[in-house]
Design a protein around this ligand. Structure first.
Ligand code: BDR
Ligand code: CA
Length: 308
């Protein structure tokens, strides 16, 4: 079993990723840390607790982190996730306050207390992770790997060039991709090829309380993808990154050099992936290039059906 920490900005797909982790015996979730991204950190923190409440996991620690990106101004993704960050969920207010400690201090303490290296699954902007690496450099030896949802080889979803998480805090992403920790990048190239369909959502809705929650969230979230992309299904980006930690056979990855564009628009936040070795950049990330979508969606539906 792999011990993990989930750093996130829930966010509909972050919520699905969290539920997937809770339902999967392959991983032990040590705690959840939150960051400003899809919404303010106050809202993303509340949302993490609201999701945990829904499946009666009051025992899982939640610590709030960065209120804004390292350098750039804050941009939230209300156009995708709504004003609450979890519109459509119908969840009540959170039952508790987060731990009275900053996310990066919580992560550092937790890593230091573990006998073995831990996997950090990062599904929001990388601000907390960059701050953690800067403040506690020793964590580079305490992390088994960082699996992150973000970036893309060939497209964008917040600008034509950039994916939201990387664009929201490119300087933080640069810090993470230039660390010595093993990084796996699960980007739009694969998440856009593994769409959760209405049929699967029907199965989920009939399966469990958590499945109904996903169905409620989907009704809001999938509409964004129908309108903008014309798709009849929606990518569950963050859940695919989490699923990779649970089942190493879902994604095909290539070890490649990746550079984050920290310059101005229109390319700010872009992930340049030297896929064909053209620039001979030293490989610094395992980039997802292929996905077994069927296997992923089957896992997702089956696992979430196990929850209360
Ligand atoms: C990523 O951005 C957020 O809106 C989602 O939660 C996901 O982490 C997709 O680009
Ligand atoms: Ca996210």
């Amino acid at each position: 079993m792999r011990r993990i920490i989930h750093d996130c900005d829930p966010g509909h797909d972050d919520a699905v990723a969290l539920l997937l982790a809770l339902a999967s015996p392959e991983v032990e979730l040590l705690g959840v840390t939150t960051v400003a991204g899809n919404q303010t950190v106050e809202k993303t923190t509340a949302n993490a607790i609201r999701v945990l409440d829904c499946v009666q996991r009051e025992d899982v620690a939640v610590a709030g982190g960065a209120t804004r990106p390292l350098v750039r101004e804050r941009h939230v993704a209300a156009h995708v996730h709504g004003e609450t960050g979890l519109d459509g969920s119908g969840l009540p207010s959170p039952s508790r306050a987060p731990a009275p400690v900053h996310a990066i201090d919580w992560i550092a303490r937790t890593l230091a207390s573990q006998p073995d290296p831990v996997t950090l699954v990062a599904t929001g902007p990388l601000t907390n992770v960059a701050l953690l690496l800067a403040r506690y450099p020793e964590v580079e030896g305490q992390l088994e790997q960082i699996v992150l949802m973000g970036g893309a080889i060939g497209e964008g979803n917040i600008t034509p060039a950039a994916e939201f998480n990387l664009w929201a805090d490119p300087e933080a992403a640069h810090r993470v991709f230039t660390s010595t920790v093993k990084v796996t990048m699960v980007g739009l190239d694969v998440t856009h090829r593994a769409l959760l369909t209405p049929e699967r959502v029907e199965q989920l809705a009939a399966s469990s309380g958590a499945g109904r929650l996903v169905a409620n969230m989907y009704a809001f979230y999938a509409e964004v993808y129908r309108r903008r992309y014309g798709w009849s299904g929606a990518p569950v980006h963050d859940a695919l990154a989490m699923a990779h930690v649970i089942d190493g056979n879902l994604l095909e990855t290539q070890h490649r050099g990746v550079v984050i564009d920290t310059g101005p628009e229109p390319s700010r936040g872009r992930t340049y992936v030297d896929r064909w070795g053209i620039s001979e950049w030293t490989p610094n990330a395992h980039v997802a290039v292929g996905v077994d979508a069927e296997r992923f969606l089957t896992l997702l539906v089956e696992r979430i059906g196990r929850l209360p």
